[in-house]
Design a protein around this ligand. Structure first.
Ligand code: C5P
Length: 226
């Protein structure tokens, strides 16, 4: 299976002046934990890291330190996640029929989750890892007034990995550009194009590291696993 890792973001919401994936978590750069999980997932054979060229020297030295055995390519990132994934899709080897997309910032996803998604995408066109929502979710307007309360049993929190048929995902991205759609995950492009996307049960610990608190939680979870 081919895996694309969008890793071209900044450290803005983290309050950092650099790519948050290069910050240290438990004595390793955050992205190193993501890469170690992908390396340990037997289903993954090729990894494309989509990142800003200014970070490539650091990424190369992280890859060398980890002594990763899988084929790894660095691909130039875009100004949004959506654009970065689009760049990644153009760089996929021509024999890639399916692809997994996994945010570099989700450094706690396990090899088992990668393998489950790799297996499941052989039997459908699109899927995402997701977990049932525990909180009651409110839809709120710009004035802070609640507009509605969606039924909780129908709500799932989207994670990555997300898996797709490559040809379909490329088409959906092109349609997204044509229509000016702005989305925060790839499944949303499939949905907007009217293509079915399935759920694979994700992991409660598969957090997207966004804030300094998330970094502290990741430290704790990684130390608990060791
Ligand atoms: O900012 P956020 O954590 O929501 O981004 C999700 C993922 O998308 C991160 O792994 C980040 O590095 C990546 N990203 C990207 N290109 C961008 C912005 C974000 O690859 N321009």
């Amino acid at each position: 299976m081919h895996l694309l890792i969008p890793a071209a973001g900044s450290g803005k919401r983290m309050g950092a002046d650099r790519n948050k994936l290069l910050l240290q978590v438990r004595s390793k750069p955050l992205i190193a934990w993501t890469l170690l999980a992908a390396e340990a997932a037997s289903s993954i054979s090729w990894i494309g890291i989509v990142s800003q060229p200014q970070d490539w020297d650091e990424f190369k030295s992280i890859i060398a330190d980890l002594k990763l055995k899988k084929t790894i390519e660095l691909i130039s990132g875009g100004s949004t996640r959506q654009e970065s994934v689009y760049h990644g899709l153009q760089a996929l080897p021509s024999n890639a029929a399916q692809v997994l997309i996994h945010d570099g910032a989700r450094c706690l996803a396990t090899p088992d989750l990668f393998n489950a998604c790799s297996e499941a995408i052989l039997y459908c066109s699109g899927l995402i890892a997701a977990v049932p929502v525990k909180d009651t979710i409110k839809v709120v307007d710009d004035n802070g007034i609640i507009k509605s309360t969606p039924e909780r049993k129908q709500l799932w929190a989207a994670q990555t990995p997300q898996g797709f048929d490559v040809k379909l995902l490329k088409k959906c991205h092109v349609e997204g550009i044509r229509q000016g759609w702005e989305v925060t995950d790839d499944a949303a492009l499939f949905e907007k194009c009217g293509i079915e996307v399935r759920i694979v049960l994700g992991e409660e610990t598969n957090l997207k590291i966004t804030t300094p608190q998330d970094l502290a939680i990741a430290e704790f979870i990684l130390s608990y696993r060791e």
